[in-house]
Design a protein around this ligand. Structure first.
Ligand code: PMP
Length: 415
């Protein structure tokens, strides 16, 4: 008899995920983007307002630095925590933001494969079973999943939809329990574009400090703000002892594909995150780190390019907002930063998951791809991105507003 080779039943058909990922929800954005792709393949001209990344190319100067580094031998493993050159550049930037005569050292920085990994490392190192983590909501879909992967419990704190979904200390306190261990801040916010003021941030950081909560501040959109500069938690936090700031090059420098993010945190937390990373992904790409050094260190040449990209985003934002304003009944969040507009679906309050229904209508009937708000734990809403050319933004938002108006007036005619 031939030796038995594995289980009798098909291992694929019988697959059930381990407890590690059993609770993982597939990204709600995937269904839309797959359907959009299929429609495109069938010849439909889909206008894509789903993107979560700048449509600009990485500045030439940064690309040239990467090529030079590669040709000079930056082709090998780097230290787990990142090259000293990049950590020093990040520490210098953090020191400048912090002010008050405090020096932040390179030993307080870990470089990772994008700020997404930075946030994962922080949550995995800090939280565990039985811990609760407060998440101002709506929020980026991955926060909830990452906290759950760490076996902690994500606790949604729904903001006030009439104030850009802002969350304040009273709302946080109302959701706190003896098990609360952390707070995940994000400003400018994905998906709303809301930018917290220094006072608002300080009030939440003070509350966290009084309770001894860890704060992870995701500042990946900090450079993209229109009404007032977006502040870093580094500028306003009383103490940095329990603060982890996550940032990276993706959005500000149009470098999403380079996969470089980092954290700024106390040395012991930094060491723990580096130890975790040493057994998962190890040091980030050597070439990408050299590119990130150029982005930060050649500020005199690069910052004006960032400013130009932000100005272009602003033109598109203004165009989108003007179209949304043309329909007074259409509720949307005044987009102060990032590159999104968050608006309420016409079926909100009447049908379940109105955002998903309207996103499907927009895609199937109007060739416009957007992201349903269920991805951000607010299912009556829809996110559109203006990280695409002005003409596409104007045409697509024109269709959104017209479709919204048609559905809205139909519903009112029926009631
Ligand atoms: N935080 C937020 C709020 C984001 O929207 C994104 C990207 N969509 C990230 C973090 C991750 O960015 P990256 O990993 O590319 O640095």
């Amino acid at each position: 008899m031939p030796p038995a080779s594995g289980p009798a039943s098909s291992p694929v058909a019988g697959f059930s995920p381990s407890a590690n990922i059993a609770q993982l929800r597939e990204s709600a954005t995937i269904a839309v983007s797959q359907r959009a792709k299929a429609l495109r393949a069938a010849g439909r001209a889909i206008l894509d307002l789903g993107a979560g990344e700048p449509d600009f190319d990485t500045p030439e100067l940064i690309r040239a630095s990467a090529t030079a580094a590669m040709n000079a031998g930056a082709t090998r493993y780097t230290p787990t925590e990142g090259t000293l050159a990049l950590r020093a550049a990040v520490a210098k930037q953090a020191t400048a933001l912090r002010g008050r005569g405090e020096t932040i050292g390179a030993n307080e920085v870990v470089v990772s494969n994008g700020s997404k990994q930075s946030i994962f490392n922080a949550c995995f190192a800090l939280f565990g079973a039985g811990d609760e983590v407060l998440i101002p909501t709506p929020a980026w879909t991955s926060y909830y999943e990452i906290v759950a992967l760490a076996r902690a419990t994500p606790v949604s704190v729904l903001g006030d939809e009439h104030r850009g979904f802002r969350v304040d200390p009273e709302m946080l306190a109302a959701h706190a329990t003896s098990r609360t261990r952390g707070l995940l801040l994000n400003s400018p916010v994905n998906p709303t574009g809301t930018v917290y003021t220094q006072d608002e941030l300080r009030a939440m950081l003070d509350l966290a400090e009084r309770h001894g909560w860890w704060v992870i501040s995701d500042e990946i959109y900090r450079r993209i703000a229109y009404e007032h500069p977006a502040s870093s938690a580094l500028e306003v936090a009383g103490s940095r002892a329990r603060l982890i700031v996550a940032d990276g090059v993706a959005k500000a420098y149009a470098m999403t594909g380079w996969r470089i993010g980092w954290t700024v945190a106390a040395p012991d937390v930094t060491r723990a995150m580096a130890a975790l990373q040493s057994h998962t992904t190890f040091g980030a790409s050597s070439v990408s780190q050299a590119a990130a050094v150029a982005a930060l260190e050649k500020a005199a040449a690069v910052d004006p390019l960032v400013d130009a990209m932000v100005r272009e985003f602003r033109v598109r934002r203004d165009a989108a907002v003007a179209l949304f304003r043309s329909e007074p009944a259409l509720q949307f969040v005044p987009a102060e930063g990032a590159f999104y507009v968050y608006f309420k679906a016409p079926g909100a309050g009447r049908i379940a998951d109105a955002g998903t229904a309207f996103a499907a209508t927009l895609l199937e009937q109007h060739d416009v791809a957007v992201v349903p708000g269920v991805a951000f734990n607010t299912s009556d809403w829809v996110r559109m991105s203006y990280a695409t050319d002005l003409k596409t933004v104007e045409t697509a938002v024109g269709r959104i507003v017209a479709a919204w108006r048609a559905e809205h007036s139909m519903a009112h005619a029926n009631t």
